[in-house]
Design a protein around this ligand. Structure first.
Ligand code: GAL
Length: 343
């Protein structure tokens, strides 16, 4: 009720809204937020945590689904500005389209916080009220590679053809997404740095999606045969869970027969992935911290809207280069998964 009243009051006057944009009063911030698509497991976690973080500081947040279409998102940003929001939090559909969005925010003197898909540094530097909250994809890539190194050190029998080389498959996220590019690069690097000899026998994009992960893995099983596959590294958990479904349908990775197990890694630490780790079906993942990413984004948006300085004390997170907050990834295995179950 409170929310509706506030939105219609603001919508009633664009002139009022424009003057309010830079100078919201305490407890009176309205944040407009676009999520690249609602049907994404990890971003659903971020979205829920943004809502909780807004409630905690008594701010309003309106979240909309950009349905994986950048033109839709551009229109949504225009609508938010017309409506008189005090700040924007944007998860771009296409991170290379962030420039015009910054232009819109700048023209309205609104803070704009990007999340999850990092705009070019030049785009951010162009506007002092533009920020990015995210995680360094290199870290999660490295953790994925390290998980495989540790596994092969503990299980030399996992080198099924005894050739001293790990034959692996790489399941990647979306083409052009920095998380896909960097996680892919750094997981291979970490395997090599950990002393493994590796050979990529297959790699494909599955767009963060469980069904696509499943289908791509089915193709690899048909083309290569299960005996030839010694590890599967995935850029996120949904795709890893799809891979595990494909393996399960062949009697592998059921958590019951250790001789029929191929180590699979993911990224995110979603609830179903933690369950798969607990069940002995998935080797490990890394926590992509939806709680802290969502909370930091909301706090920055609110602070700038309230005319406060964005510093570590006001936000509760370390601000790097004046415009960035980096939330670390954490390695998650069968040893520590319980710690992440309620996050
Ligand atoms: C990644 C995450 C993926 C997906 C993607 C969307 O950080 O690991 O699961 O949510 O962001 O941009």
């Amino acid at each position: 009720m409170f929310k509706t009243a506030k939105i219609s009051a603001i919508a009633a006057s664009v002139i009022l809204a424009t003057t309010m944009a830079g100078a919201a009063q305490a407890d009176d911030t309205l944040i407009g937020s676009c999520i690249y698509k609602f049907d994404d497991t990890f971003m659903t976690g971020v979205r829920i945590n943004m809502q909780k973080a807004a409630e905690e500081i008594n701010a309003e947040i309106e979240l909309v689904d950009s349905q994986n279409r950048q033109p839709t998102q551009n229109d949504q940003v225009d609508t938010f500005i017309t409506k008189g929001v005090n700040a924007l939090i944007i998860n771009p559909v296409d991170r290379s389209a962030a420039g015009p969005l910054v232009g819109k925010a700048k023209a309205a003197d609104l803070p704009i916080v990007f999340i999850n898909r990092e705009p070019d540094n030049k785009v951010l530097k162009d506007y002092s009220k533009a920020y990015y909250v995210g995680a360094k994809a290199e870290e999660s890539g490295t953790i994925g590679g390290q998980l495989i190194v540790e596994y092969f050190k503990a299980h030399p029998e996992a080198d099924k053809n005894k050739d001293g080389v790990v034959q692996y498959i790489l399941i990647k996220g979306e083409q052009g997404h920095q998380d896909a590019t960097l996680r892919s690069e750094y997981c291979v690097k970490a395997m090599k740095e950990g002393g493994l000899k590796v050979e990529e026998i297959g790699s494909d994009n599955a767009n963060w999606d469980k069904v696509q992960g499943h289908d791509k893995m089915k193709n690899f099983i048909t083309a290569k045969g299960l005996d030839a596959i010694e590890a599967v590294l995935c850029n996120n958990d949904d795709m890893a869970l799809g891979v595990i479904e494909a393996l399960k349908s062949e009697g592998y990775n059921t958590g019951k027969d250790p001789s029929k197990y191929i180590p699979v890694t993911g990224v995110d630490a979603t609830a179903p992935a933690l369950q798969a780790i607990a069940a002995g079906q998935m080797l490990g993942t890394s926590l992509n911290d939806a709680y802290n990413q969502g909370t930091a984004a909301v706090r920055i948006a609110d602070a700038v809207a309230q005319g406060k300085e964005v510093n570590d004390a006001n936000i509760g997170y370390t601000i790097t280069d004046g415009q960035y907050v980096w939330i670390p990834y954490v390695k998650v295995t069968a040893e520590n998964y319980q710690e992440f179950m309620k996050k």
